[in-house]
Design a protein around this ligand. Structure first.
Ligand code: SAH
Length: 364
C-alpha cells in the first residue's frame, strides 16, 4: 500500500507534537524540527544535526517538506517582488514582497481565487476554486524567505505578514489559523503579533473566533460607509452590514485596549470619494479605535472603475484627519508587475465559472 507522505508544513507546533507522539517519537522533537524548518530554512532532514540517524531515515520515509513551486518571478523597479506559485493541482496563486526602509512586508494568499465577488477586485473576476492548505499558506512565506535570503541574515528580510493576497482568510479559517500559529510561534517564524495582519471583508462570525484564538492585527475592507453602496462594492455586506461588522470590530478590540483596527478604503473616482463620503465615514467610525488606509484604486483590464484623482484623495484624507482619524494613503507599489492590491489574479481553474460569465458579458 502506498501511503502519502505527511507534509510537515501542514502542522503547527501542537500538530507536530501530536504527530510525533503518534509515531512513537518524543514530542520535544517537534520543537527541534520546527526550528530547523522556520528559523534555519532547512528542508533536508539529513542536515538536521541534532536529530538521530534513525529518525532522519524515518522522517525521510514518511514525511516531506513541500512548498508550492515557483512558476514565475517578477521583480519591479521599486523593489517589489511578485511570485506566481503553482500548486500540486495546477492552480496558481500569487505572493508579493514589498520592501520599505524599516521593514519588509509579505502579502500572502489564503484561497485559490475568491468567492466574495467584490466589484472592484480583479481576483474576484477569476472566480473561486478552493481553500489553500496550511502548507500552501506557510509555504509561500518559507519560499519567499528562501528567495530573499531571509534565513542567512540576522537582519531578516521579512518582518511583516499581511493576509491581503488572493482570497478571504476568514473563509478558510482552520488552515489560516495554523499558519498564524507558525508565524507567531517563537520556535517558528516568531513574528510579533502586531506584525501579522489579517484582512477581512467582514466575515463576522469568524471574526469572533479569531478574536478568541489569536492575537493579531486586524484590517477591515470597508470601502463605503453606507450599506447601499457597500452592498454593491463588497456584496458580503448584504449578509453582515456595516453596523454588524463595526460592532464585531469593537468587540475584537475589547481585549486589546491599545490596539486599533485598520480600515481599508479603496478610492474610486466618482463612486466613494467625495467629501460627503468622508463625512459618513467619520460618522460610522465614531467610537471605534481605528486608523484609515486609503488605497488609490488599482485598475485592471475590463474594469469600469477609475482611480480617484490625487487631489480627491488628499482632500478626503484632510477631512478625516481634521476629525482626528489617523489616515494614510497607501503608496502604490508593484504597479508595473500587476502586484498591487486587487490586481492579483493567479491562474484559477474557476469552479464557480464566474470568469466565464464575466467574459460572456464582455462579448455581448
Ligand atoms: N479578502 C480580504 C483580503 C484581500 S484584498 C479582504 O477583503 O480584506 C486586500 C485589500 O485590497 C482589500 O482591502 C481589498 O478590498 C483591496 N482591493 C481589492 N481590489 C482592489 C483594487 N482594484 N484597488 C485597490 N484596492 C483593492
Amino acid at each position: 500500500m502506498v501511503t502519502e507522505k505527511q507534509n510537515l508544513l501542514d502542522l503547527d507546533l501542537e500538530g507536530l507534537r501530536n504527530y510525533f507522539r503518534s509515531i512513537g517519537e518524543k514530542p520535544f522533537r517537534a520543537t527541534q524540527l520546527v526550528k530547523w524548518i522556520y528559523q534555519q530554512g532547512v528542508s533536508d532532514f539529513y542536515q538536521m544535526s541534532n536529530i538521530s540517524k534513525g529518525l532522519h531515515a524515518a522522517l525521510a520515509q514518511h514525511c516531506e517538506i513541500k512548498t508550492p513551486e515557483i512558476a514565475l518571478e517578477h521583480a519591479s523597479g521599486d523593489g517589489t517582488h511578485k511570485w506566481l506559485l503553482r500548486l500540486a493541482d495546477g492552480n496558481c496563486i500569487e505572493t508579493v514582497f514589498i520592501p520599505e526602509n524599516d521593514r519588509g512586508t509579505l502579502c500572502i494568499s489564503s484561497q485559490v481565487g475568491c468567492s466574495l465577488n467584490c466589484s472592484f477586485c480583479s481576483t474576484a473576476k477569476q472566480g473561486f476554486n478552493r481553500n489553500l492548505t496550511t502548507a500552501e499558506i506557510i509555504g509561500q512565506v518559507w519560499l519567499a524567505a528562501k528567495q530573499l535570503n531571509h534565513f542567512q541574515h540576522d537582519k531578516r528580510a521579512i518582518t511583516n505578514i499581511v493576509f491581503m493576497g488572493m482570497g478571504e482568510p476568514l473563509l478558510n479559517y482552520e488552515a489560516v489559523s495554523r499558519a498564524i500559529s507558525l508565524l507567531l510561534d517563537d520556535n517558528a517564524f516568531g513574528l510579533s503579533r502586531r506584525r501579522v495582519t489579517v484582512s477581512t471583508s467582514g466575515v463576522v462570525p469568524v471574526l469572533a473566533q479569531l478574536a478568541e484564538e489569536h492575537d493579531v492585527a486586524l484590517a477591515v475592507s470597508l470601502h463605503a460607509a453606507d450599506d447601499e453602496l457597500r452592498n454593491e462594492l463588497v456584496p458580503i455586506n448584504k449578509k453582515y452590514n456595516i453596523a454588524t461588522l463595526l460592532a464585531a470590530c469593537k468587540a475584537y478590540l475589547g481585549e486589546r485596549p491599545r490596539d486599533r483596527i485598520t480600515v481599508e478604503y479603496a478610492m474610486i473616482d466618482g463612486v466613494n470619494d467625495s467629501l460627503a463620503h468622508a463625512k459618513s465615514l467619520i460618522r460610522v467610525l465614531e467610537g471605534i479605535p481605528s486608523k484609515v488606509n486609503l488605497i488609490p484604486f488599482n485598475p485592471f483590464p475590463n474594469s469600469d472603475y477609475r482611480r480617484s484623482s490625487d487631489q480627491a484623495i488628499r482632500s478626503f484624507q484632510d477631512r478625516l484627519m481634521g476629525a482626528g482619524i489617523m489616515t494614510t494613503i497607501r503608496r502604490t507599489r508593484g504597479d508595473d508587475i500587476a502586484a498591487a492590491c486587487g490586481q492579483l489574479a493567479g491562474q484559477v481553474k474557476d469552479k464557480t465559472r464566474r470568469s466565464e460569465r464575466v467574459r460572456m458579458v464582455e462579448v455581448r
